[in-house]
Every structure is written in structure tokens, then in C-alpha cells.
Design a protein around this ligand. Structure first.
Ligand code: SF4
Length: 375
């Protein structure tokens, strides 16, 4: 039976050590001489107080236990969302300082060489490009943030895998098929251990426009599906509500049935906090934003349009943009005359491109940052 530990109310160093001791101890996971790659969540250059990125003190604690287990090499690597640079994310989050102080090696994945490997069990990505530096290691430890996600519902151990992809492969299958994509990356590079940083967590419109939550919890396990199932339950979700957890369990990557997972330390109910749920809805959210949707992907252009609205709200710009129309998806029914500025979002809405500003793409990533205040 897979084991997942929950440790509450401790400093990062104590919480990580106790959480890993409760599941088996690090010596059963990392052997003397292992080359270990540690993957935090540095999706944006935002400090830990934001709740959006892994607390560098959790990364420090993981480095320390891995070193004590006798690892011969410890690398810490990630690349943020492709709008940003790894070096900036390492610096702003404080990960750079921690990695240097602990004598580990920082790996900026957006500057690395990627190798194409075969992944015959994958559904979408039968060949997948992974960083050479990761393939040269023999243990992957994922250190995700505990947070919600507009497209994936939750962003935990399985979702954290997406940061391993090359900049080009990050941008494909980023629609409804994102759920399968993160499972495929996990099939190609399965973590030996997940340590979830839930000291300060993140709820609502994650991964970047939600709200920080003081949780004070660290969760650990060697079965990433079980770790995600238990953590989702702590957040107030049924694990079966999360498509990538269901898919990962179906692909035998691990166990999602809470009755078949042993929880040690605190119980799920002791740690539980019902998180504000993320939403990719765009219609009827704001009075000055009129949305015309045809057949559109909820996790694709709809979600990216919502992320742009969340950005405007977070920065207090929503009222300053005036009347905005958004046209999303195929066969949207749109009036002849539209008042205000109009954005046509995504390749499958191209038939309306003469009505305003066309943002191409599948999905239309370019909508993020596109809508600016009037005058
Ligand atoms: S362009 Fe169309 S198919 Fe592609 S993500 Fe957008 S809505 Fe989905």
C-alpha cells in the first residue's frame, strides 16, 4: 500500500525531514553515489510570500537530506512559463541563494540541451524532449507548490512535471489535452519522491493570479498519484475530479483511491482547508467584458482569456480597459456591430478576425498581456 505523510506546523527543515522519515526515510530512496535532480516549481519570478512558487527553504531541506543520504551530485533545475527566464526565477524566488549556500548546482532549463527519447507508453508524446542534464541523473525528486490551477484544477506533483519540457514542447498540447500531457511527461520521467511545499499555499486563480493561503503543511510520498490524491483531498477536491490524477491512475502510475493509501502523521481531515476553486469561465464574470463563445476548449483559449482577465483584475486594471469584446472558438455567433475593443482569440475564431485584434495560436497564448488600459 502506498504511504503518504502529512506534517503540520513546523519549520521547513523539520517538516521535510519528518515527512520523509514518516514514509521510509531518505536512505530507502536515495542511495550513496546517486545523481539527484531536484525540481521545484518556479513557474513565475515571484517570491515565496506570493504562494505561487516553491519555498526555497523547502528546497534547502531537500538538498540537505539528499546530501546526508550520500548523493554524489545534486542539481536543482526548472524553467518558468516561457514568457520568463529561468535565471530571473531562480534569483527572485531566492532559490539561487539557497542552491549556492548548500553547494548544489543550479540548472536553468531554458538554457539546457534537450534530447529526444522514445516513450512508448505515452498517449500524446511518444517521443519527448527531456533535458540532457536530467537524463544524466538517476533520481528525480519533485518539490511542487501546493496550489490550484485554472486549467488543471490542482498543480501538485504530476502537474509540476511540465516544467521539465523544452520551451517548444511546453507550448504544444496546452489545451484540453494538457491533462494527458502531464501524465505523459510523468511516464517518461517518473519522480522517485515528491515533497509538496504547502507552508504557504495558493488558492483560486492559480497558477499565478490566485491568493496565498497560510497552510503550514508538508506532504511527502514516493507514489506521485497518491501524493496528489491525498493533497487534493486536503484542498477539498475529490481526487477523481482531477482529470490528470484519473489518467495517471489508469496508466498505473500510482494509486488514487484514498482507501488504498496509508496516511501517516496528521490525518487528511486535520490538514484540510477547502480551497477557493479555480475557474476558466469567461462569460458573465465582469460587466464590461462581453464574451462570444462558439465551440472552444475550456482549458485552451477560454482559460487563456480568463488568465488575461485575472491579470487585469489582480493589477486593478479591469475598470480601466473600458468595454471589451472577446470572440473565442469555432462558429461563435457575433453581432454585426460591436461597441468597444474586440479581441478574436485563437485560430479557430479566425473567421471573425476583421472585427478587431486577432490573437492567433492554438491556444492563443498571446492574449496574456495584450489588453491594455485605454488611452
Ligand atoms: S484555437 Fe480552438 S482548438 Fe485551439 S485551443 Fe483555442 S479554442 Fe481550442
Amino acid at each position: 500500500m502506498p504511504v503518504v505523510s502529512i506534517v503540520k506546523g513546523e519549520k521547513a527543515s523539520e517538516a521535510v525531514r519528518k515527512a520523509v522519515d514518516l514514509i521510509s526515510g531518505i536512505q530507502k530512496i536515495v542511495r550513496k553515489g546517486d545523481k539527484v535532480f531536484i525540481k521545484p516549481n518556479l513557474v513565475v519570478p515571484l517570491a515565496k510570500e506570493s504562494g505561487a512558487t516553491t519555498d526555497p527553504e523547502v528546497v534547502r531541506a531537500v538538498i540537505q537530506i539528499v546530501r546526508r543520504a550520500g548523493a554524489s551530485q545534486i542539481k536543482v533545475g526548472d524553467a518558468p512559463f516561457f514568457f520568463y527566464k529561468s535565471r530571473k526565477a531562480f534569483e527572485v524566488t531566492g532559490t539561487q541563494t539557497v542552491v549556492e549556500e548548500e553547494g548544489a548546482e543550479a540548472v536553468y532549463l531554458d538554457e539546457e540541451e534537450y534530447l529526444e527519447i522514445e516513450s512508448p507508453k505515452a498517449k500524446l508524446m511518444n517521443t519527448i524532449k527531456l533535458p540532457k542534464v536530467l537524463l544524466d541523473c538517476n533520481k528525480l525528486i519533485t518539490v511542487p507548490k501546493l496550489k490550484t490551477h485554472t486549467m488543471c484544477r490542482v498543480s501538485l506533483a504530476i502537474k509540476n512535471q511540465i516544467g521539465l519540457l523544452s520551451p517548444e514542447e511546453k507550448q504544444i498540447y496546452h489545451r484540453t489535452d494538457i491533462h494527458q500531457k502531464v501524465v505523459d511527461v510523468t511516464l517518461a520521467a517518473k519522480p522517485a519522491l515528491a515533497v509538496i511545499d504547502g507552508l504557504t499555499a495558493f488558492e483560486g486563480q492559480g497558477p499565478t493570479y490566485g491568493d496565498a493561503v497560510d497552510m503550514g503543511v508538508v506532504i511527502a510520498g514516493t507514489d506521485v498519484v497518491s501524493v496528489d490524491a491525498v493533497t487534493s483531498s486536503i484542498m477539498g477536491f475529490e481526487p477523481s475530479e482531477i482529470p490528470h490524477i484519473r489518467l495517471a491512475a489508469l496508466r498505473k502510475l500510482g494509486e488514487m483511491d484514498l482507501n488504498k493509501i496509508e496516511v501517516r502523521g496528521a490525518s487528511i481531515s486535520e490538514a484540510r482547508k477547502n480551497f477557493k476553486r479555480p475557474s476558466a469561465d469567461v462569460m458573465g464574470i465582469y460587466p464590461n467584458i462581453e464574451v462570444y463563445v462558439g465551440c472552444a476548449c475550456y482549458e485552451g483559449c477560454s482559460a487563456w482569456a480568463r488568465v488575461e482577465l485575472d491579470r487585469l483584475r489582480k493589477h486593478g486594471l479591469l475598470e480601466k480597459v473600458g468595454k471589451i469584446n472577446m470572440i473565442i472558438g469555432q462558429d461563435a455567433k457575433v453581432p454585426e456591430k460591436l461597441e468597444g475593443r474586440t479581441y478574436i482569440i485563437g485560430d479557430c475564431a479566425e473567421e471573425h478576425k476583421d472585427k478587431g485584434i486577432f490573437v492567433p495560436g492554438c491556444p492563443a497564448f498571446g492574449i496574456l498581456g495584450k489588453i491594455q488600459p485605454m488611452g
